[in-house]
Design a protein around this ligand. Sequence first.
Ligand code: MCN
Length: 789
Amino acid sequence: MSKSPVLPKLVGQRVKRREDPRLIQGRGTYVDDVVLVGMHHLAFKRSDVAHGRILDIDTAAAEAMDGVEAVFTGAQIAEILGPMPIGTPAPSPEHRAVAVDTVRYTGEPVAVVVARDRYVARDAAEAIAVTYDTLPAVVDPEAAMTGKPALLHPDFPNNIALLVPSGTGVTGSGSSRKIDDSAIEDAFKKAEVVISQRMVNQRLAPSSMEPRGVVAHFEPGKGTLTIWSSTQNPHILRTFVAKQLGLGEDVVRAIAPEVGGGFGAKINIYGEEYVAAAVSRRLGIPVKWIEDRSEAFVATVHGRDILGYVDLAARRDGTVLGLKMRLIADIGAYNMLFTADIPTLTQLMASATYNIPAIRATLTEVFTNKTPTDAYRGAGRPEATYFVERAMDMLARELKMDPAEIRRKNFIQPHQFPFKTQMGAEYDSGDYEKVLNLALEKAGWAQLKAERDAARAKGRLVGLGLAMYVEVCGMGPSSAMGTGGWEYSQVTVERDGRITATTGASPHGQGNETTFAQMLADQFGVPLEHVTILHGDTAVVKQGIGTFGSRSQAVGGVALQMAGTKVKAKMAKFAAAMLEAHEDDLVFENGAIAVKGSPASAKPFANVASFAYVPVTLPPGLEPGLSGEAFFEPSNFTYPFGCHISMLEIDRQTGEPTLLKLVAVDDAGNRINPLIVEGQIHGGLAQGIGQAMIEEVVYDESGQLVTGSFMDYAFPRAIDFPRFELTASTTPTPVNPLGAKGVGEAGTLGSTPSIVAAAVDALSEFGVRHIDMMLRPEKLWRIIQGGHS
Ligand code: MCN
């Protein structure tokens, strides 16, 4: 036989993303590229008041327009669609995909038009006249908690959606949860110094490059529904849509074609998806809805919006004794799929990287007349990191300690892992001092301090900030996730030796077509080009949960490896028969299977594959074919961690901040593809920096969204960033055999508090202790002028 090429091992290598050539060349197929014969278009008439009773909807003018097929009001949609389900056990008010008698946020749908084309549909939606009895808008979450100025939902007194006490001394679950305060109160009694600060983790608009969109095609002859959606989790979409329509999952097919980003906001199953499916079934025609950008600002879930009252108790030597966090989450008008769960992750991560002996973190989720919140990159964990890291920074300032030293003093130590925090999280593995030291070294901390001081001596306002983070990700296990916390994969060696694998972790920008192919190429000893990863279609991928909570690698990657192992074991049996050897003595490498130590015996991989499909002499006990599947249920989350350092300058004349430097050391355990991991960190940093410096969703007192377009909502661009300086640290997790933790959200965690710390440091001559995000120049300018933040 001809000599096989020597194939390099690919796991751990900086392999370029296979997805990129088609995406960069505009050759991807997105939902809006799906065109079906007879397809009609939907447009939603949306409320322009934040809170009001619908007195009248006049659809006559819309219905009379040429090209309009049908108009449905909320009441008519309610005849074909029940209230929307959620994915958590939280108590939830009735939520209709199209409002029936009351609207609760600007942008809530009140009617839907079905028309020949998109333009007619939009014109007709505009022609619908709605009369409202306007009610007072609930905008301030703290006033809302006292029932002022109005109630959103009759069954939720004082607009309180959920109360969750948590921390040291908490026993029981659900409504029978009790809290014994003695440990935390003791800690505060013993304290020599207490830091108390109200902090805002402001509301953000997740803005993926591709807005949402859906095509629904119910085929009356077959009784089947196919739904294309720009979603992060087609299988969950299938389950929920099937249930809402009263169809079996066997007749519903969900397809996520190319998805142009999601950032957590495309986990939710939206009203538009249910409506498209129900309308397609009612009318017997395919329908399409594509969100436009201004619609996305009101109709796609928002992120963050958690207010924290934080108290930190410590000794004067910097030892932290206790932490109290009173969290108020402004969740907007309704519960969406995971709305209720997200702020509980802020509670869960309240211990951050520190061994804090007593913690109390209470959470109140509050309804207001705003777009509902749900997951947004980091989802609850950046908020926890921000609150704790800001408090640690204030403590350092109060005690005149170096911000690194105070952290060092309180870290959970490497020998303490697995470490159970007072919040009940079991951290898998970590070495926090290692990443801190690495970050200080890479940044040149002492040198930076000298540079800062030299700049200050010249009158410049330069500051340094440092933040640690630890994140909970790799979501499952199933006990923690209402949708199931496992992941699924199937691996097939085709007749020609090529490998096709499916994964339920449907990527939407993360690059798993590359990383997963790297893993299989190594496992089977074949070239990367011989492996194809399929995803995003429930007819192709039999089961799945999806891509979110930085889980695709730590959960989906393990399912892939497990399926691969099964197929490889079977293939070894066929090869053993061909080579007249024992299956345990075989090696898979360089595109061939050989007896260990005897390269001359090698059979080309493709020949063994072909024999498995035409086994003229079938080895005893074997079925033909080479395909295997696996479900992986993790035993725990994974907890990646890191340290981010920022240097920032504020213009004394204008208050304009400029980020001069960002150094990040991130530990995601073993990395499959360092290039992709760095890309993921870059993206997360961009969003963390965006939150710290320029992004903020603002509502006025009547509940109108003031930042409803990119003219008013500042979105970070490349010119807003310095060159990121990244360093990897590697502490494998024992939770999965790959030793891999998640990384997709990590960049959002440390960057944000480190930048705010740098801004506070830059303005230290004005006696400022804390500045709420975003770092609006006007706010900073006022501090410089002697005012307050
Ligand atoms: N990876 C790796 N080694 C590791 C961990 C991950 O090589 N130790 C690789 C993975 O194979 C994958 C990527 O890094 O290619 C991210 O993996 P992981 O950390 O498991 O995160 P997920 O794939 O589950 O992605 C979800 C995460 C989240 S929660 C948000 S939000 C987010 C993010 O990913 N949204 C994104 N990154 C995004 N990137 C893009 N382009 N678009 C989004 O919407």
